[in-house]
Design a protein around this ligand. Structure first.
Ligand code: HEC
Ligand code: HEC
Ligand code: HEC
Ligand code: HEC
Ligand code: HEC
Length: 550
């Protein structure tokens, strides 16, 4: 099937697979355009295809392609409306809390399909998920939905309320008062009149300098602060969970005064470069729109199942982005050291220390992320005589109670003496009945949160939203900047010299999180489980490694 984007620039997109999930969804889909008839609908945003016409075709003097649109469309934000894990997860929530389906779909689109949802709200409606899937790109609302966290969302966010509770959970405000045709796209630079006119004539938005706002971490905090309301069977709220709070973690760290979200996630170009391919003059302080983060796993899925998912980034661009994410993880996320190796009484013991180099907890944000230690003791022949934290091809970790049984999990350890004890840095959620859950709207609290703290983070003075939970709270060497674990490993009579190998692993979507979707017999969760299984051997990477022989 071919669709033509209703814009000056024609794009052919092939969308296949994914049959419409139900007749109910199809009815909703037919009804969707009614909202498009509301006066002013569709004037508040432009889709990215309009912007990239001028903001692509840019490279550094060394030849690196830093085209804004090309970089952005490989990012998770450029694909937030196509993310199959998100879709599977929304389906799960509306299945678990059926009576609240409309409210849930509205909530889940605030940040993942922000243009569609903002316009719907202004028009007196609600955000919908399945009515826009798969997108019919002849419809304005579907174009908005498909374009995810697009250029003209971030670039229209005003300073109103930034950094306050009202701005969180996607509570950013754009300029709703100024007449269409006179609105602005804010940026860090001072642009002269001639240049502002060129852009305004083309897209009806004028570039305008708002350096403080666009460069603030508080801008990112709007969507990156997710406080979820847990629902009971009747769809009534029974409590609040700080599901994603990287900004608050950052605020309690030493990076608050030294590095913004942008500083790490939009790496600067050193040289002066133009910011547009037309009438661009060299400017100092160009920020790459790579939004490099940690989710190489979903980038792999998007690339491999690109046709079914309607991905626009080209395969070579996506390959480069996956590479970039992994390089970022392997150079900027963590360090590990092995110290104090001792051999005594049939055991080899060692201290394994892991350092968090990032600006918030490691891992941070979406609670399916996990980091763990893989420690192996080898004898003189290189044979493994002890191993804790081995990754299996199906994406599970040998000996992890949570992967074997959804109701259990590994505690935080200070000392590990058996192979079935694994140090996993993660947050584990519980529902009102106290049982372990991966249901975002079922969870009311964390029963474990030993994610590695960033430098400067004092756990004793941390606010409840970013608090440490479980045994790590009392572990004296679990502090801002990292953690140390003592490994005491039986040699089983093997002969030295011994080698202690330590690796820090990272997996964006933990095995349990994927497997818990299996019981939902709807197309989206089933499809995601299929993708997970196809990718699982490549679902985790090593962030750092070290070894000591004695
Ligand atoms: C017809 C070409 C053209 C199109 C299309 C276009 N722009 Fe621009 N844009 C420009 C020019 C020219 C400048 C100024 C370049 C300069 O002076 O260095 C600019 C500057 C900007 C800036 C920097 C503003 C600042 O003050 O730092 C932003 C942000 C921006 N554009 C966003 C967008 C967005 C979002 C879209 C799509 C809605 C878009 N542009 C579409 C030509 C265009
Ligand atoms: C306040 C904004 C916001 C809202 C509201 C929101 N999300 Fe998200 N969601 C995010 C952000 C930001 C991320 C990425 C965080 C990260 O990469 O760790 C994310 C990530 C996810 C992921 C992981 C995607 C992946 O590829 O790994 C899933 C699944 C998800 N959200 C489901 C939902 C569901 C279901 C809802 C509605 C109940 C929802 N989200 C509502 C902001 C939001
Ligand atoms: C998630 C938010 C976000 C999205 C999405 C986004 N930008 Fe930006 N953009 C920024 C921020 C933040 C800056 C300024 C960074 C700084 O100066 O520290 C910026 C800077 C710019 C600039 C100035 C040149 C530069 O790179 O520093 C232009 C032009 C621009 N963006 C255009 C675009 C276009 C076109 C798109 C869509 C293809 C887009 N942006 C998508 C947040 C965003
Ligand atoms: C309009 C809402 C919105 C705003 C504003 C926003 N984000 Fe995001 N961001 C998202 C969503 C939604 C996702 C997750 C998409 C998914 O996984 O499907 C995300 C994901 C990310 C990721 C995760 C990538 C990965 O690989 O795991 C990074 C990094 C990120 N955003 C950085 C930023 C930065 C930096 C800013 C501020 C300049 C910002 N975001 C502003 C909504 C937003
Ligand atoms: C000192 C550098 C640094 C700063 C400052 C920083 N980050 Fe990160 N961020 C990282 C690194 C490294 C990763 C990859 C490791 C990880 O996932 O934690 C990352 C990952 C992320 C992810 C993806 C997490 C995942 O695993 O899915 C999100 C979302 C994110 N950061 C948001 C933010 C926001 C919002 C801010 C500002 C409040 C911010 N970051 C500030 C370095 C930084």
């Amino acid at each position: 099937m071919q669709n033509i984007l209703a814009s000056g620039f024609t794009l052919a997109i092939v969308i296949a697979g994914l049959a419409a999930p139900s007749t109910q969804a199809q009815q909703a889909k037919r009804a969707a355009p009614v909202i498009e008839k509301v006066k002013g609908y569709g004037t508040h945003f432009q889709t990215s295809d309009r912007c990239v016409a001028c903001h692509n075709g840019i490279s550094t003097p060394a030849g690196e392609d830093i085209s804004i649109g090309t970089n952005w469309r490989t990012s998770m934000m450029g694909n937030s409306g196509r993310d199959p894990y998100w879709m599977g997860s929304v389906r799960r929530e509306v299945t678990d809390h059926g009576v609240a389906s409309q409210a849930i779909q509205d909530e889940c689109t605030i940040c993942h399909m922000p243009m569609m949802r903002y316009e719907a709200k202004l028009a007196g409606g609600k955000g919908e998920v399945f009515a826009h899937l798969p997108p019919d790109l002849s419809k304005r609302s579907d174009q908005y939905a498909d374009d995810g966290v697009s250029c003209s969302v971030c670039h229209q966010i005003t300073s109103e309320g930034l950094g306050t509770r009202a701005s969180y959970v996607g509570g950013f405000k754009i300029d709703e008062k100024t007449k269409p045709g006179e609105r602005h796209e804010y940026g860090p630079f001072d642009i002269d009149k001639g240049h502002t006119r060129i852009m305004r004539t083309s897209v009806s938005f004028e570039p305008s300098q708002e350096k403080k706002t666009i460069q603030s971490s508080e801008l990112c905090a709007t969507c990156h602060t997710l406080l979820t309301s847990a629902l009971d069977a009747e769809g009534k709220s029974i409590g609040e969970l700080p599901e994603q709070v990287p900004y608050q973690e950052w605020e309690h760290s030493e990076y608050k005064d030294t590095r913004s979200c942008q500083a790490c996630h939009m790496p600067r170009v050193k040289e002066e470069v133009p910011i547009t391919s037309v009438f661009g003059e060299p400017r100092d302080g160009f920020s790459r729109h790579t939004f490099v983060g940690g989710n190489f796993f979903m980038q792999r899925i998007l690339n491999r199942f690109r046709t079914e998912l309607g991905v626009q980034a080209q395969p070579n661009e996506m390959d480069a982005a996956i590479e970039r994410t992994i390089t970022h993880l392997q150079s900027e996320a963590a360090k590990v050291t092995v110290k104090n190796v001792e051999i005594q009484g049939g055991r080899v013991s060692a201290d394994v220390s892991v350092e968090n180099l990032g600006g918030h907890k490691l891992p941070t944000a979406y609670p399916s992320r996990r980091v763990w230690l893989h420690v192996t003791l080898r004898d003189r022949d290189g044979k493994a005589v002890f191993e804790s934290g081995h990754l299996n091809p199906d994406g599970s970790i040998t000996g992890n109670d949570n992967d074997a049984d959804a109701n259990k999990f590994e505690p935080h350890y200070t000392e590990i003496t058996r192979p079935d004890q694994i140090q996993i840095y993660e947050d584990v959620m519980a529902g009102a009945d106290g049982s372990v859950t991966t249901g975002l709207l079922t969870a009311i609290r964390f029963i474990k949160d030993n994610r590695l703290l960033p430098h400067g983070f004092d756990k004793t003075s941390a606010a409840p939203d970013v608090a440490v939970h479980g045994e790590a709270e009392k572990d004296p060497d679990f502090v801002g900047g990292g953690d140390t674990v003592r490994y005491s490993m039986p040699t089983g009579g093997a002969q030295g010299a011994f080698t202690v190998e330590a690796e820090v692993w990272y997996q964006p979507v933990g095995y349990r999180w994927a497997m818990n979707l299996r019981k939902y017999e709807a197309p989206e969760p089933q499809r995601f489980v299929r993708y997970f299984e196809a990718i699982s051997p490549a679902s985790a990477v090593v962030l750092a490694r070290a070894s000591v022989s004695r």
